[in-house]
Design a protein around this ligand. Structure first.
Ligand SMILES: [Fe+2]
Ligand SMILES: [Fe+2]
Length: 347
């Protein structure tokens, strides 16, 4: 009986929450005629206004909407096969492939929490530039920073929930604040290019998670969905701020900024190379058997390929990212970036 009562109680609470959420979303949608007119325009201000409207409509809560009293089910995969690339390792059993998705899912939460540290800090800096200027842009960027702080909390909560159920020996190699310091030491143009790249690959990851896969954890699938719901607005605001920054640069400043962006891609690659090496070792220790040297090598290569797909290729090759970057750079600069990406994901 107790098992039956719990979901019913949760259902009633959930329905109440959803009703309150619908009511507050409806209230947020009541706007003045002036605001309604602004939504129709094509200016940056209008794009910000639309982002704010969407941000209010989709706003979610970590406990009430994402976790809803659930825990991660280790009988299911945490990341979809399209991201983990586990099917490239034919010698792994189904249970081992699942275990690899748990390791990668744990690092996904850790690395996203880490990347969002510099994004939130940069967005706050950009918001302050609008402090006494465009109040619509200011509100959009303040909401953006607030959401990224919430995402950091979400990813910390995921790591906490997963770590409690996994054996010791896992290590997150990089420090979020140190990485943020390195990233933020580069030009704003380069930081915004990297941020835009990240916001766009989040959308690719969400699409991968929607692929029909009965074995994927419902909770982790919801993490992708809820994250994506707010990242859509972030990608638009990144584009606006990146283009604004671009217009303020001279040709020589932009050339330096392109080099900065390439340096940031190398920093990101170094980060995921180190993490994938640690994760490969941890994964093999979790498996209750030994692997031949050739199999160990394959595991390390596939893990690195998966991380390079997740954190570099899925953003740098995103059509919207390519369109934005090519619109701001010369053909030679674009080739420099593309050659770097090819070297990273091809090596
Ligand atoms: Fe985020
Ligand atoms: Fe974001």
């Amino acid at each position: 009986m107790r098992l039956c009562r719990l979901p019913l109680d949760n259902d009633v609470t959930l329905r109440k929450r959803q009703r309150v959420k619908r009511m507050s979303a409806a209230a947020a949608m009541v706007v003045s005629p002036a605001a309604e007119k602004l939504f129709q325009e094509n200016s940056d201000r209008a794009r910000y206004a639309r982002c704010i409207k969407a941000s209010k409509r989709v706003r979610w809560d970590i406990d009430a909407d994402v976790f809803r009293g659930r825990t991660f089910d280790f009988r299911r995969k945490f990341l979809p096969d399209g991201l983990t690339r586990v099917n490239d390792l034919a010698f792994l059993t189904a249970a081992e492939k699942r275990s690899m998705s748990h390791v990668q899912g744990r690092s996904y939460a850790c690395l996203f929490g880490l990347l969002e540290r510099f994004i939130a800090a940069k967005t706050l800096e950009l918001a302050s530039k609008h402090g006494l200027g465009d109040q619509v842009a200011l509100e959009g960027l303040v909401r953006f920073s607030d959401e990224e702080l919430k995402h950091q909390e979400l990813f910390r909560r995921i790591e906490h929930a997963i770590s409690a159920r996994m054996p010791g020996g896992y290590a997150l190699i990089a420090d979020a604040t140190e990485v943020a310091r390195v990233v933020l030491s580069k030009s704003t143009w380069a930081v915004l290019a990297l941020t835009c790249h990240i916001e766009l690959f989040t959308q690719v990851h969400y699409r991968e998670s929607m692929e029909r896969d009965e074995e994927l954890s419902d909770l982790y699938r919801d993490v992708f969905r809820f994250h994506w719901l707010e990242e859509c607005q972030h990608a638009v605001m990144d584009e606006i701020e990146w283009a604004r920054e671009d217009r303020s640069l001279s040709a020589s400043e932009r050339d330096i900024a392109v080099d900065d962006f390439i340096a940031l891609l190398r920093t990101l690659d170094e980060l995921i190379r180190t993490q994938s090496s640690a994760d490969s070792g941890y994964f093999m220790r979790l498996c209750e058997r030994s692997f031949s040297p050739a199999e160990q090598q394959q595991i390390r290569e596939v893990m690195l390929r998966a991380y390079r797909w997740q954190y570099i290729a899925s953003g740098a090759q995103h059509p919207q990212f390519v369109k934005m970057l090519s619109g701001m750079t010369t053909r030679v600069q674009m080739q420099r970036v593309q050659a770097e990406v090819a070297a990273l994901i091809g090596s």
